[in-house]
Ligand binder design. Structure first.
Ligand code: PAF
Length: 284
């Protein structure tokens, strides 16, 4: 496995691979890899000749009061894990090279970026869309892999790739959960023992929604109210949002429809967690 820090070297590596007729699968990450990331890398390994994983804690997707500084970082640990699942190249650029002095160009996917998490994290998705565009231009992948856990991010990136004719296929893979149901996230490392237990309430609320829908309730207001009541039983939980939306455009739904997204963001103590499920009203 190679570690490439230089943007130029990364680009040249990819160009050569393409000239040799090889396909590149790409998994963009901010590091501190967990089983969710590893499932993306494994899939990329199965489907491509070369697997590139980027590790870059992207400063422009963090708000001024967010956790950029304390975001967990451990390159050695990540390299070990990435190697075990068959990564060929770790791309590990420097922020100064990604955003040199004079940097002025951003990618913004309108409307979709202002909904759900966008309401609470202004500028976040602009930062994500910009860095992902840059990474696509540097790594030149055939297929890029994202997790369903960041559902809004995946929808925004699919839109961006379609709108800007970026020649990359986007694949979104299912959420990987801990045994008890907590969605895997690098931010789970912030939780203390009590918070870790309380964090389960996100998954429980999503399951409650599923049960309510199964029992025939289709009014989204009722479902959201019951989810809210369940979460608010936890003293250290603070809800940013619970929303039931249409998958493609993230528009709020009054009534459950096929393949709708139930998404929520909840603070457990000082840690902001997100989770979601896709529900089909005919699912039994
Ligand atoms: O999902 C993430 O880890 C990040 O948002 C991404 C896609 C690597 C961009 O920084």
């Amino acid at each position: 496995m190679r570690l490439i820090r230089s943007i130029k070297k990364m680009y040249e590596f990819s160009k050569k691979a393409h000239l040799e007729g090889k396909t590149i699968g790409f998994v963009p990450t901010m590091g501190y890899l967990h089983q969710g990331h590893l499932s993306l890398i494994r899939k990329a390994r199965k489907e491509n000749d070369i697997v590139v994983v980027s590790i870059f804690v992207n400063p422009i997707q963090f708000g001024p009061k967010e956790d950029f500084k304390k975001y967990p970082r451990d390159l050695k640990r990540d390299m070990n894990l990435a190697k075990q699942v068959g990564t060929d190249v770790i791309f590990y650029p420097d922020a100064k090279d990604m955003y040199p002095e004079g940097f002025k160009t951003y990618v913004n996917v309108e409307e979709l970026s202002e909904k759900l998490c966008g309401k609470f994290r202004p500028g976040h998705f602009k930062g994500v869309a910009t860095v992902v565009t840059k990474l696509f231009n540097i790594v030149c992948p055939d297929i890029a892999y994202f997790g369903q856990k960041d559902a809004q991010q995946a929808i925004i990136i699919k839109r961006m790739v379609a709108d800007l004719n970026i020649p990359v296929k986007i694949k979104v893979l299912p959420i990987v959960r801990e045994k008890d149901g907590l969605a895997m996230s690098s931010r789970n490392t912030y939780l203390n023992e009590k918070e870790r237990k309380d964090a389960l309430v996100l998954y429980q609320a999503l399951n409650l929604a599923k049960e309510l829908i199964k029992s025939g309730i289709t009014d989204t207001k009722t479902i959201i109210r019951k989810m809210r009541q369940l979460i608010e039983k936890k003293k250290n939980a603070k809800i940013d949002y619970i929303e039931i939306v249409q998958m493609e455009n993230l528009k709020s739904l009054k009534v459950i429809s096929d393949n709708c997204l139930i998404a929520l963001a909840v603070w457990i103590g000082k840690t902001r967690l997100i989770d979601n499920i896709i529900v089909n009203k005919y699912e039994k």
